[in-house]
Design a protein around this ligand. Structure first.
Ligand code: AMP
Ligand code: MG
Length: 531
């Protein structure tokens, strides 16, 4: 356990082993034949720590009170480097909304270095919003408080839900203002600036490989792949062409697993561009993401995507596969023949198509998934749910209140245990509720052959169907308060979201469905990429 920041030990493998951009000056430019450019954070006027995730500090072996350690805000606001830090921005490209966008790179993220903890684990520290880099293109390299609160809270909420994700250590306000035109309508506003420190074993994205492939730089592509296999997938062995195929299959498997979790908890990433896909299968880059409130498979929170809905909830499994295909295309030059890449893509679809219904069966509290009878039940559920505005989280959480005795109940009685899930009581007409009532009856009948006791079933369901998620309006309430200088709701939500599957009666209010004031409020139901 370390009692001071200066005691952190850095082992900066990425900068040591991969090719650097030789240009030391910080100006926007194309960067060829390099995995990264060295760049320091830009100092800010008055860094102030407003939120901290203790368990992420523990990953780094930190045993400090960051709120009384004055250098903490200095370091994690970007004003001071610790001994051993060697800051850099990564070079990557990406497909944005289906089109190759060329060089993107860390335009506002600066990696400070890789901490090695007492267990020998590497954790890269990365500041988001710490000033311009060679990859900032036409933008300012900064982040506003609202988007930083959202990134900080959602990273941790996802982790505690059991969803693979990058983590967030701290949230520091800069004491400076940042101009943002939130709706791209010619009305820029000065907003408070902030910096989040993100933490992950690696921030490498699909786009890091794609940029080398797009430039025909096979040597550096190979170096990056071998580096990634050696350090992040050591169990696969030394990177031969065969191992590269196995590695890609593992990336496909992890990506499938991540997306199944998103579908389980009702998370919509919002910008699944290939530069926002982690090679480790972690949820990365929390921008205009959102949580399903009423179950609407076509919903996306991202106003920039409102027309195409490319990144809507139901599209995510398919888009992840599309992104994997782009990564596979980038890897083709490294293999004697592309068959293993194709096989891994096919396996992605198989894994997803097998794991997803099994996961839903578990959400329904079934001891086992029996495809012939359960698949129709599952398909029927997701056809029925969007017909009446029904809160996804509350619906699944309350489903544990059913047992086989409900098979004989009338429609009104059947809806009783899930009454809190409905948004618009006027929609609950005698006729409109029939499909859901029928489904609930079928579900109750299915429970007759379920081998779990009601109690066992409820316990299993509660461990998978969260009571608390970072509802869009909750994040917005925390932001509204933080913008008045009071960060208490950020820390309170972090506390609730640490145990999303526990009842926590003292925090009942944070399990409530979205209030009407939030239905059309910016930041709650719709978000732009402006952050
Ligand atoms: P995103 O869609 O937010 O993941 O960002 C796409 C690209 O734009 C990445 O290369 C980001 O680093 C870059 N970017 C986003 N916002 C900014 C900003 N304020 N300043 C500089 N670069 C940015
Ligand atoms: Mg991004």
């Amino acid at each position: 356990m370390l009692s001071s920041l200066d005691a952190l030990v850095f082992d900066n493998r990425f900068v040591r082993e991969l090719p650097a951009d030789p240009e030391p000056r910080n100006f926007r430019r194309p960067v060829a034949q390099a995995a990264y450019s060295r760049v320091n954070p830009t100092p800010v006027a008055a860094p102030k720590l407003i939120a901290y995730a203790e368990e992420v500090g523990q990953l780094l072996d930190l045993h400090i009170d960051p709120f009384v350690t004055p250098e903490f805000a200095e370091v994690f606001g970007g004003n001071r480097l610790l001994p051993g830090m060697d800051p850099f921005a990564m070079c990557y490209g990406g497909h944005q909304f289906g089109n190759w966008a060329g060089q993107l790179g860390d335009g506002r993220a600066i990696n400070l270095g890789e901490v090695i903890n007492a267990r020998g684990e590497h954790w890269t520290l990365q500041l988001k919003g710490a000033g311009p880099t060679p990859y900032s293109r036409t933008a300012d390299g900064l982040a506003v408080l609202r988007s930083s609160v959202r990134e900080f809270l959602c990273s941790e909420a996802m982790h505690h839900l059991g969803v693979p994700t990058t983590r967030a250590l701290s949230l520091v306000t800069t004491g400076e203002h940042v101009q943002r035109d939130m709706f791209y309508d010619g009305n820029p506003q000065a907003e408070p600036g902030a910096v989040v420190c993100r933490v992950a074993p690696s921030f490498t994205r699909f786009g890091n490989f794609q940029i080398f492939a797009a430039r025909g730089d096979t040597d550096n592509l190979r170096r990056l792949v071998e580096y990634t296999i050696r350090h992040d997938f050591p169990a696969l062995g030394s990177p031969t062409p065969e191992v590269i195929g196995a590695w890609f299959a593992e990336v496909c498997r992890r990506t499938a697993e991540m997306v199944v979790h998103w579908m389980r908890v009702g998370f919509v990433h919002g910008v699944m561009n290939t530069d926002n896909m982690s090679i480790l299968g972690l949820t990365i880059d929390y921008g205009p993401y959102g949580w399903l409130e009423d179950y609407d498979p076509g919903w996306t929170p991202n106003t920039t995507d409102a027309h195409g809905r490319r990144y809507s909830f139901a599209q995510q499994p398919h888009i992840a596969m599309w992104n994997l295909v782009q990564l596979a295309n980038a890897l083709v030059p490294l293999l004697p023949e592309p068959a293993p890449l194709q096989a891994a893509i096919d396996a992605y679809a198989e894994i997803y198509n097998q794991t997803w219904p099994e996961m839903i069966a578990q959400k329904l509290g079934l001891a086992s998934y029996q495809a012939e009878i359960d698949r129709p039940l599952i398909d029927q559920l997701f056809e029925t749910l969007p017909k009446i505005e029904t809160d996804m989280t509350i619906f699944f959480r309350h489903l544990s209140n059913f047992d086989q005795s409900y098979a004989n109940r009338n429609a009104i009685e059947l809806l009783q245990p899930i009454a809190e899930a409905f948004y618009v009581s006027a929609q609950l007409t005698e006729e409109a509720i029939q499909p859901l009532a029928k489904w609930l009856r079928d579900y109750a009948k299915r429970l007759e052959s379920n081998t779990l006791s009601t109690q066992e079933r409820a316990e299993k369901m509660h461990a998978l169907n969260p009571k608390y998620v970072l509802r869009n309006y909750l994040a917005q309430m925390a932001i509204d308060k933080a913008e008045t200088g009071d960060a208490s709701l950020i820390m309170e939500l972090l506390e609730v979201l640490r145990r999303p599957y526990d009842d926590q009666p003292q925090y009942q209010q944070y399990a409530a469905r979205r209030p009407e004031w939030a239905r059309h409020r910016a930041g709650c139901s719709m978000l732009s990429c402006s952050s």
